[in-house]
Design a protein around this ligand. Sequence first.
Ligand code: ADP
Length: 469
Amino acid sequence: MKQHTLRRGIVLRFVLIVLAVISVISLASNVLITWQFEEYVTEQQSIQAEKLADNLSYQYDPESAAWNLDYVHGTGMYALEEGYILCLYDRDHHVLWDAENHDMTLCHQVMGTIAQRMEEERPDLKGEFITREFELQWEEQVIGYLDISYYSPYYLNENAFQFVDALNRILTAVCVISLIGAILMGLLLTHYITGPISHAVKTAKQISGGDYQVRFQPQSKTKELSELAQSIHQMAESLEKQNTLRKRLTSDIAHELRTPMANVSSYLEMMMMGIWEPTPERLHSCYDELQRLLELTAELERLQQAEDENLQLHRSDVNLLQLAESVRNQFQAQLSEKRQSYEIVGEEAVVSADSGKIQQVMVNLFSNAVKYTGEGGHIRIRIEDREQAGIIQLEDDGIGISDEDCGRIFERFYRADQSRSRKTGGAGIGLTIVKAIVQAHGGSVTVRSEIGKGSCFTVSLPKAANETE
Ligand code: ADP
């Protein structure tokens, strides 16, 4: 398909629209001039002839039964100049006054000029001089007859032609001005529209080329254009984020794998070389490292499942309060080891959810609370039953998270404090799994935290399965 630029397309369409409008206007005005105006002139001519006949009948004096021939002469000469050739007869059909007899040269000159002009200007009209006969009466008595010859169906005098010419000139000027206006408007409009679009295309190309740093914020008052700019801006931002995350993911996985594998490898090497005795403690260390690796791969698998777009939820009515109790029981040993206290408060809340997955959410949140809360700390689970949703709130008085980290802890492999978290054994996947599961249920998870004071995670799960899931 042949493609042309937006600028050309818009200007072309503008010109086409204006041309169409001009054609319609020209056609309409032509019809107006040809039909209406000419019809009007024809009618006026006929009326004029009747008026002349009427006027002349007043020049008859019934008492003396004579005509005022001076006046008839004046009227006849005036009418001749207007293109009417008069011939007045008395009641016995004797000629009283005849324009042709009176001034034949002038008569022919007038007739010739009219016929010539009309043939030149309106060749299709095929007009000719006709003669209309009028019976002149005085108090219902015939006093004479009048023949009026004029060019039929109509003729235009000098003024009328000037009027039509002026109209045509105005129309032509309007056409030219409109066309120039259309082109200018089109150019202006395209400049207004294509400016930001070209900018967007350029930016999109840069982004597709891998330059995610580029930002696009054209100043446009048009809603759609600002939305386009906004979308590209967000796309660049999210691609940049994804890119950083991908790089980080690779380096994190490599790092996570390297430490335990290097440890196991060096332990085994020492034992093979006979430097170390394979004591049960040493073998246990190797076993622990391998366990960490297994745990990491299991967590990666869980993440992959949770983030799977085709994640199947096996929904049933889940009592969040009961689920919290059973999760807490799993952590008894760790809680007493760190001498941490806990409480479960709130009310029964039943949601339609995948019980196993929601348990996973609670386990991840609880395990973090235990991990990131010092000895003697306090953990509280609150369950709330709202009209549309069940709420799980997990609060601890642990180390807390900075504002900056709060926005990122749900990202894959993100740890608020890399070195400290690694010591605690976390790989930065737990919260990513939480978020993926909660979102698959159509819910949301948020965090509120303050460094040194503790954190509070709130999960909101809609009670009924969301149709759009
Ligand atoms: P990890 O396995 O490292 O705990 P998570 O995804 O569960 O991974 O958590 C991401 C990061 O969020 C953690 O490394 C930690 O820095 C921070 N975090 C999560 N929960 C808490 C909490 N209750 N208190 C303080 N920091 C937390």
